[in-house]
Design a binder for this molecule. Sequence first.
Ligand SMILES: *[C@@H]1O[C@H](CO)[C@@H](O)[C@H](O)[C@H]1NC(C)=O
Ligand SMILES: *[C@@H]1O[C@H](CO)[C@@H](O)[C@H](O)[C@H]1NC(C)=O
Ligand SMILES: *[C@@H]1O[C@H](CO)[C@@H](O)[C@H](O)[C@H]1NC(C)=O
Ligand SMILES: *[C@@H]1O[C@H](CO)[C@@H](O)[C@H](O)[C@H]1NC(C)=O
Ligand SMILES: *[C@@H]1O[C@H](CO)[C@@H](O)[C@H](O)[C@H]1NC(C)=O
Ligand SMILES: *[C@@H]1O[C@H](CO)[C@@H](O)[C@H](O)[C@H]1NC(C)=O
Length: 231
Amino acid sequence: MQSLLRGREVVALVFIFNLFFNESYQLTGLQVCSLCGGTVQNDTDVGQFCSRSAGRIDRRCCLSNDNTSDPERIIGLDLSNCSLTQVEDLPGASKVFMIDLSLNPIVNISEKVFLGFLDLNYLILPQDLVCPGGNFSWQKVEVTQGKRFCEGQKNMCNQTGQMSMNCPENSRCDPYGPGLFECICAENYHGYKCLRQGEFPAVKVFGPLAASMVVMSFLLWVSQRRKAKSL
Ligand SMILES: *[C@@H]1O[C@H](CO)[C@@H](O)[C@H](O)[C@H]1NC(C)=O
Ligand SMILES: *[C@@H]1O[C@H](CO)[C@@H](O)[C@H](O)[C@H]1NC(C)=O
Ligand SMILES: *[C@@H]1O[C@H](CO)[C@@H](O)[C@H](O)[C@H]1NC(C)=O
Ligand SMILES: *[C@@H]1O[C@H](CO)[C@@H](O)[C@H](O)[C@H]1NC(C)=O
Ligand SMILES: *[C@@H]1O[C@H](CO)[C@@H](O)[C@H](O)[C@H]1NC(C)=O
Ligand SMILES: *[C@@H]1O[C@H](CO)[C@@H](O)[C@H](O)[C@H]1NC(C)=O
């Protein structure tokens, strides 16, 4: 079990590297709103959500600010029927509440896309894609008319739910998007499993729950065990 956890953390670190690497390539601004042509129609899920939230439609986005002094943020993103074959990144949309990716020939979608999407509570996908983090990361999953609806993002740190992932001692669990959480070392602790003490910027360890990640961890664990045996 210890090794399994270690394997998972290695994977998590790889995740972080990818994240930083990608960040330097991120597009900025509202480019995500023009990933394809057209504007949000008022009879769609995002269109209706936008008018309920008193948002403003800009191309494929619904924008809103809580507070006139705050900058507007993307609260809805309608990329349905966009001929998208893949989605790698949705820069600038991490505060989004609703995303529609239906009616696109997307084959698979990386969990990484939704890293940090804490407010995402309504995601519409082509029916063959699974909800990020799996069914169990959502309150309700429904499939109708070629679309998969992932509703109500669950908090992965909620110990009263079925979640059994624990953060190491001296660290705190924070949700980090669908099926994702991060363990943040307590003040003055850092390093692997937050075991070292002293002044140091907090090290974040993500615990991706995605099935693929668990499989990878398992493979790492097996290979480590084999190495250990052959010593
Ligand atoms: C939706 O938009 C159409 C045309 O842009 C308009 O005629 C119609 O009244 C709108 N419906 C609602 C509910 O706002
Ligand atoms: C508006 O935002 C500012 C700065 O973020 C904050 O200080 C203020 O309390 C907010 N006002 C309301 C009414 O939320
Ligand atoms: C999808 O887009 C095509 C071409 O833009 C259009 O003809 C079709 O009606 C759209 N389908 C839906 C369900 O909106
Ligand atoms: C998505 O599918 C393509 C081809 O089927 C594959 O090369 C790629 O690794 C897959 N990506 C993910 C994130 O699973
Ligand atoms: C996830 O939920 C959908 C819709 O309820 C269901 O069809 C599917 O079999 C579930 N998948 C798993 C792995 O439980
Ligand atoms: C934690 O999970 C339980 C059971 O699923 C649920 O009733 C409760 O609202 C959740 N709490 C939070 C803060 O998500």
